[in-house]
Design a protein around this ligand. Structure first.
Ligand code: FES
Length: 105
């Protein structure tokens, strides 16, 4: 098996779950499988604390993180998966309107 090119984590912590992250994870996994994108791994994660960065807990939920670039997205919906797949996954372009932050290299 070849190594993965990207690893995408979709937060399943309670605040992200309350904003639809379970459907987001399932839909992303389905899309990656359906489009036969074999070099991308999708996993769930626990709370990444993005949900606690404002006084209104969950304001930035759901959170999605993509490695190795270290790109953190916030407020990701199922509708946003088109851009994440077409731009980020297929072309390596960051979806700026969803960007929470980039990890320091
Ligand atoms: S529950 Fe998802 S970042 Fe906290």
């Amino acid at each position: 098996m070849k190594p993965y090119r990207l690893h995408i984590f979709v937060c399943q912590g309670k605040r992200c779950a309350a904003k639809g992250s379970e459907e987001l994870l399932d839909t992303l996994k389905d899309r990656i499988k359906r489009e036969e994108i074999k070099d991308v791994k999708v996993s769930k994660s626990g709370c990444m604390k993005v949900c606690k960065e404002t006084e209104t807990e969950g304001e930035y939920s759901p959170a999605v993180v993509i490695y190795p670039e270290g790109i953190w997205y916030r407020k990701v919906t199922v509708a946003d998966l088109d851009d994440i797949i077409e731009k980020h996954v297929k072309k390596g372009e960051v979806v700026e309107r969803l960007l929470h932050y980039r990890m320091v290299k």
